[in-house]
Design a protein around this ligand. Structure first.
Ligand SMILES: N[C@@H](CCC(=O)N[C@@H](CS)C(=O)NCC(=O)O)C(=O)O
Length: 313
């Protein structure tokens, strides 16, 4: 479509997945409702910022033999591709281009799992105007053709629905429901404990331009200063050990959280560890811990995609 075609607003089709457990509908089909959102603004806003801010990072590993991504590549190529435009993901970015958002990592892993290429558009906390077109104040935001949406769970659900021939993120309806539990546990239990272990170090590594916003927002949220939270970090690490018990228990007997092969349940929890690994030099899990071994396996996936993102020193 020409730029003129976008003048005066663009129609985006937003597929909104109703939140798991907030909907009694038993079928996958009914979990979705579709609405059309009128998004105003010039095309440049909708397509994202200038080329300077576009990193063109692709999730597709070049030399990976046994991953689901590689299997999908073969299938995708055999089918002649889908002919769709590249998926775009708005991604939080810290100082030195650190991509640290656990929610964005969930989507990065989901795309790699499905073997889908994507362009990651970096965005700072204080650049929310870039995602206003999607009516969002948080990242990740996905743009896929005419679809724009936020919320990492909804994006994973959308990818599962839209690319059903690619390796499954959930392994069917039962797997989706169990993964919904992992999603809720990660959000409600794991993240709140982890954030207290690393928040001061996250503050140290976000972009200078974001520091005043982050300090004000997080200090209000925690009712403490960043300095006080820094002092409480060791105590927070002690509490983390207990919170990780269910994860450690399952990883004593299973190679992956999802069982025989990694799936979105693994990506969800791994993303929280990536957030810490990229922003904090603190050793969250120690060698010898089954969680450490699993995290190493996760870092190896997709031709070492996760490892390719520099750990904080
Ligand atoms: N429920 C959302 C949460 C997304 C979220 O909180 N993203 C953070 C980055 S990790 C964000 O954009 N925060 C904006 C802010 O703090 O101003 C999801 O699952 O996508």
């Amino acid at each position: 479509m020409s730029d003129e075609g976008f003048r005066g607003g663009v129609l985006f089709t937003e597929i909104v997945a109703n939140h798991l457990y907030s909907n009694n509908s038993p079928t996958m089909r009914n979990r979705f409702r579709q609405k059309t959102v009128q998004v105003h603004g010039p095309r440049s806003e909708i397509q994202g910022p200038s080329a300077r801010l576009t990193d063109n990072t692709s999730n597709r590993p070049p030399n990976f033999d046994s991953s689901p991504a590689r299997r999908y590549d073969d299938h995708h190529n055999a089918c002649g591709g889908r002919g769709k435009m590249t998926i775009k993901i708005y991604d939080l970015c810290g100082a030195d281009d650190r991509r640290f958002s656990p929610f964005c990592w969930r989507v990065r892993m989901a795309l790699a799992h499905k073997g889908l290429e994507a362009e990651f558009v970096p965005m700072r906390f204080t650049e929310k105007d870039k995602i206003a077109f999607a009516d969002s104040k948080t990242v990740p935001v996905l743009v896929d053709g005419e679809t724009a949406m936020n919320q990492s769970w909804d994006i994973a659900d959308y990818l599962e629905q839209t690319y059903p021939d690619a390796p499954s993120l959930f392994g069917g309806d039962a797997g989706r429901a169990l993964t919904g539990f992992i999603n809720a546990w990660t959000n409600a239990t794991l993240h709140p404990v982890l954030i207290r272990c690393v928040i001061a170090e996250v503050f140290d590594r976000i972009d200078e331009a974001d520091k005043a916003y982050f300090r004000e927002d997080r200090e209000k949220r925690f009712g403490k200063t960043i300095e006080e939270l820094r002092e409480e970090q060791n105590g927070a690490l002690e509490k983390l050990d207990g919170a990780l018990t269910p994860l450690r228990t399952i990883l004593k007997s299973e190679e992956w959280i999802a069982g025989d092969a990694p799936a979105f349940a693994d990506h969800l929890i791994f993303s929280a560890f990536q957030w810490c690994r990229i922003m904090s030099p603190t050793e969250i899990v120690k060698p010898g811990d089954p969680i450490h071994g699993w995290r190493e396996r996760m870092l190896d996936l997709f031709d070492g995609m996760g490892r390719g993102f520099k750990a904080a020193a």
